[in-house]
Design a protein around this ligand. Structure first.
Ligand code: TXA
Ligand code: MG
Length: 348
């Protein structure tokens, strides 16, 4: 299959061709503010199945359904909790996904067999225009091959899916760079199933009540099964082995250099995910700065591109500094540790 790449601007765009593909049951990759999505008509079970095939995604891992306006929610949800309205008023369109009961229009092929549906209104003009012009809610996971880092540029989508899907809408690099926060509204207490740009504090301030975090997400080594099925897979991973090194900065640099020397002695090439402040101190073979340590938005925005950059080099092991930044640090560390298969070393 030939993949057509169509550039989309930030202004009004005619997406007739892409919308025709969606309406015809086909797949379109499109930009959102978080990462690129791989979209299909959420109400069409055959179309949803194509997503799983193109990504190589396990069929028990449900898709997020994207809508363009508040009223669209009633076309996908069986019950709309009162708290959904408050959160939507505060954060939609934006990087927040809410899990609620699904209605009969959303097939189980879309929800990985669950009777709940995850819904999000993306904050990107091309995504919103595609949903409106297609005239249906759009199911879309991140537009990467299952297990690989999520795509933050159209070229990443093409690297994974060219030849497998008919259309990629190219809106340039995304703004946020990590996937949406997922909150489950089906239980007594709202629970964060995946941390993201919208934090626990922001959610509980809006709801004026306590918000929990799925314990399997906080303690990935505990053996508990995460409630978002996708969170149980090793994810976002580069091809090389990866280890996160945490602790006081100078000691982290010294430890990574010591490990680099040991690897070099064994003929193994190493890479480092560093910051602008530390990059000159390393002697690894490939050193990538993720940005300034204080700039947590930049760290989030660059993370997946850097993981992919290591895939084009020839390093066999990647060491990463830790980025437990104040606001979105939890989300960044969640993705980083997943990429490392939870392999973390503490230096003191
Ligand atoms: O920012 C995002 O959310 C991006 C863009 C494209 O919108 N999408 C995204 O989708 O990250 P995906 O498929 O890569 O991740 C969806 C996550 C998975 O971990 C999945 O298990 C979880 O959402 N999920 C979907 N529906 C669910 C449900 N009904 N209950 C619990 N978890 C659900
Ligand atoms: Mg994904």
């Amino acid at each position: 299959m030939q993949t057509k790449i169509i550039k989309v601007g930030t202004g009004h765009t005619d997406l007739t061709e892409a919308a025709d593909v969606i309406r015809g049951g086909g797949l379109v990759a499109f930009p959102t503010e978080t990462v690129y999505g791989l979209g299909a008509d959420a109400c069409n079970p055959q179309a949803a199945k194509k997503i799983y095939t193109a990504k190589g995604r396990p069929s028990d891992n449900p898709l997020i359904v994207h809508i363009a306006q508040w009223n669209d929610l009633f076309a996908v949800a069986g019950e709309v909790p009162a708290e959904a309205k408050r959160l939507a008023d505060a954060f939609w369109p934006g990087p927040l996904t809410m899990v609620m009961k699904k209605n009969e229009r959303i097939p189980r092929e879309t929800t990985g067999g669950l009777d709940t549906v995850a819904v999000r209104m993306p904050n990107h003009p091309a995504a919103l225009a595609l949903i409106c012009q297609s005239g249906c809610p759009i199911a879309a996971p991140s537009a990467n091959t299952s297990g690989r880092p999520s795509p933050t540029e159209a070229a990443h989508v093409a690297a994974d899916l060219a030849g497998k899907i008919p259309v990629i809408l190219d809106g340039g690099p995304v703004g946020i760079g990590i996937e949406s926060t997922i909150i489950d509204l089906t239980e007594e207490t709202p629970v964060i199933l995946r941390p993201g740009y919208i934090t626990k504090e922001m959610l509980s301030q809006t709801l004026l009540r306590e918000v929990a975090i799925d314990s399997a997400v906080i303690a990935p080594e505990s053996g508990k099964i995460p409630k978002a099925p996708g969170m149980k897979y090793r994810h976002y991973a580069p091809r090389a082995e990866m280890i996160v090194v945490s602790g006081e900065m100078q000691k982290v640099v010294a430890k990574i250099n010591e490990l680099t020397d040991k690897n070099h002695a064994n003929g193994r090439k190493t890479g480092v995910i560093a910051t602008d402040e530390t990059k000159q101190f390393y002697r690894a073979d490939q050193i990538e700065s993720i940005g300034a340590r204080e700039d947590e938005d930049a760290i989030a925005r660059h993370l997946y591109r850097i993981l992919r950059d290591f895939d084009t080099g020839d390093v066999q092991i990647i060491y990463s500094e830790s980025f437990a930044t104040p606001r979105i640090g939890q989300a960044i560390m969640n993705r980083l540790l997943k990429a490392a298969g939870n392999h973390e070393i503490f230096v003191s």
